[in-house]
Write a protein of this length. Structure first.
Length: 203
């Protein structure tokens, strides 16, 4: 039972969630979990001007995804930062290449799930995931979120990402905030939950 986590990250926040999701998914017996990143469309010069060059190095070892990582998986967990309430252009460009998979019904019945990050607490995390779901539904995927059996969703004593739609983190306006333990716990739950459902469907 194969679970692929495919993400886009600039400053590393989405990557950190991806690692936590992978950790949770690996707790499910029989789960083969792999991480991939989508192709970066920004040039090295632009990345440097954004101040993201060093952050990019921390996950440069993660292989770049192609359509194979979608078709071979039993479950795909997608992650992308929020850009004005929607996924990044890099993730959109990757998904826009899936026309042949759509035409052949290659993703129908596979589990799909989404996580995200944003600069501010109300920076479009939920709308990004919900907008993302539209593509997964067109592909015929079975959408899985984070149910309230994960108690971290009820946290009100501290600022925290995470919703029934998927794990998320708040990076801060300057990107200096790293995912909290509560946010990472929600991400681990999402990975475990998706893997368990994929295992049931594959069985």
């Amino acid at each position: 039972m194969k679970v692929n986590i495919i993400f886009h990250s600039v400053y590393g926040h989405t990557y950190q969630l991806a690692e936590a999701i992978a950790e949770g998914a690996r707790e499910v017996d029989g789960a083969e979990v792999s991480l991939y990143q989508v192709p970066e469309t920004f040039s090295a010069e632009v990345i440097a001007k954004m101040g993201a060059a060093e952050a990019k190095k921390t996950f440069a070892h993660v292989p770049v995804a192609d359509m194979t990582q979608l078709s071979e998986a039993d479950a795909v967990i997608f992650g992308a930062p929020t850009r004005f309430g929607m996924m990044t252009a890099q993730m959109r460009a990757f998904l826009d290449r899936t026309g042949q998979l759509w035409a052949s019904n290659a993703l129908v019945g596979k589990v799909g799930s989404v996580f995200t990050s944003s600069a501010t607490q109300h920076g479009g995390q939920e709308s990004t995931i919900l907008n993302f779901h539209t593509t997964l539904l067109h592909q015929g995927m079975v959408i899985v979120g984070v149910p309230y059996s994960e108690p971290g969703l009820m946290e009100v004593r501290e600022i925290s990402g995470g919703s029934p739609y998927g794990a998320s983190t708040i990076a801060g306006p300057d990107g200096s905030r790293n995912p909290s333990e509560n946010e990472l716990a929600i991400a681990r739950f999402q990975g475990r939950h998706v893997a368990m459902i994929a295992k049931k469907l594959a069985g």
